[in-house]
Structure formats: structure tokens, C-alpha cells
Design a protein around this ligand. Structure first.
Ligand code: E4P
Length: 223
């Protein structure tokens, strides 16, 4: 399973990319707004394009950028503009009627699409039939309403395998490290993680204690 960062924050992306384990990035309008608002900035169209270009250069893998239009013709125009920023851009579309129409049009032009806000296996099936390259079921938001995000992911992964559909599953809305383990065991192609969850994957108190002891013991005899 590949690991993506779910952020538009360049420092976070550069930090995790330096570990050598980062395969891609997903953004959404909320994350992009946060990246600018945190610095007290209101971006122009060119600022936004430059920011997405910098993310592509930092990660060297697919970078999902989401349209904000709600009607198919406008989604297609916006999707084309986003795709023109960098060859690594994947256009993210909401899983709605308009999103499906736009997905069909953009994928027919060879533009890769990530269908987002997926909360059922049937939505994933429709997205795949419309030519999506990726589907993004939101585990955490399903768990938040006391349903089973893991079960949603299991169904989608199984359905795509049984039907032999040419689409990758991105486990999204990840809340904690256990979600990552579960997604990997279920066979998700990708999990997209917030920065804090990425850091938490690595942390274990016994690793810290063990390293401290190795270092102290070696200090006693070190030549
Ligand atoms: C997916 O690509 C979305 O950006 C993201 O995972 C949403 O997660 P949230 O529920 O933490 O907002």
C-alpha cells in the first residue's frame, strides 16, 4: 500500500518526503484554504497554481487537486486548468451526478480523476464506470457517525477485485494509525494520511527506550 499525505502544507510535505516513503499528496479546498489562511494570505489564481506546482515538485508523485465548480461543464474547464499546472496533477471531483459527467469527459481526454466523498460501494462502482483512476472512500467521517468505515473500505476493495475494475482505492479521512494498518490489511492501494498520523506511525515508546539503552551501553566501552 502506498502512503500519501493529506495536506496542502509545503513544510509538512517536504518533511515527510525526506523520509523516502511518500508516494503522493491529496489536497481538498479545506486543506488549500488552511495552507494560505495559516500564513494570513488570500491567494490569487496564479498563487494557487504556483503552490500546487511546488507541491508536485516536492513529492514527485500524484497530487490530487479538487475542483470547486458544481456543474459538469465548469468542472471540466476547471479540471483542465488544474491538469495543465503539472503532469502529476490528478483532478479530484465530488461523487455527484455532475461529478460523474465531468469524470467521464476528463478521463476520456486522458486526465486522471480521483472521485472523492465516497461513502458507499455503489458510489465507487459508478465512479469506476465513469473512468475514474482513483476512488476515495472516507473512513473517518463514516466512523464519526458511528457507522463502520472499515467495512465500507472492505466492500469497495473486494468489489473492485471481483469486478476487475481498473481503479485504485485511496483510503481517505484517516484519523489514526490503526486505520492505516486496517487499510493495508484490507488491500487498499493507497492510504492518504494527515501529517500528525504520518508522524504517529513511526512512534513507539519501546523504540525510544531501546535506542536510549543501546546508546548508553555503547558509551561505556566506546573506543
Ligand atoms: C481525501 O482526499 C480528503 O482530503 C480527506 O481525506 C478528508 O478527510 P477529513 O475527514 O479528515 O477531512
Amino acid at each position: 500500500m502506498e502512503l500519501y499525505l493529506d495536506t496542502a502544507n509545503l513544510e509538512e510535505i517536504r518533511e515527510i518526503a525526506a523520509w523516502g516513503v511518500l508516494s503522493g499528496v491529496t489536497t481538498n479546498p479545506t486543506l488549500l484554504a488552511k495552507a494560505f489562511l495559516d500564513r494570513g494570505l488570500r491567494p490569487t489564481e496564479e498563487d494557487l497554481r504556483a503552490h500546487l506546482r511546488a507541491i508536485c515538485e516536492a513529492v514527485g508523485g500524484p497530487v490530487s487537486a479538487e475542483v470547486t465548480a458544481l456543474e459538469a461543464p465548469l468542472m471540466v474547464e476547471e479540471g483542465r486548468r488544474l491538469a495543465s499546472i503539472h503532469p502529476q496533477i490528478v483532478v479530484k471531483l465530488p461523487t455527484t451526478e455532475e461529478g460523474l459527467k465531468a469524470c467521464k469527459a476528463l478521463s476520456s481526454e486522458g486526465i486522471r480523476v480521483n472521485m472523492t466523498l465516497i461513502f458507499s460501494a455503489n458510489q465507487a462502482l459508478l465512479a469506476a464506470r465513469a473512468g475514474a483512476a482513483y476512488v476515495s472512500p472516507f473512513l473517518g467521517r463514516v466512523d464519526d457517525i458511528s457507522w463502520d468505515g472499515g467495512e465500507l473500505l472492505r466492500e469497495i476493495v473486494e468489489m473492485i477485485a471481483v469486478q476487475d475494475l481498473p481503479v485504485k482505492v485511496i483510503a481517505a479521512s484517516i484519523r489514526h494509525p490503526r486505520h492505516v494498518t486496517e487499510a493495508a490489511l484490507m488491500g487498499a492501494d493507497i492510504a492518504t494520511l494527515p501529517h500528525a498520523v504520518f508522524k504517529a506511525l513511526l512512534k513507539h515508546p519501546l523504540t525510544d527506550i531501546g535506542l536510549k539503552r543501546f546508546t548508553e551501553d555503547w558509551e561505556k566501552v566506546k573506543p
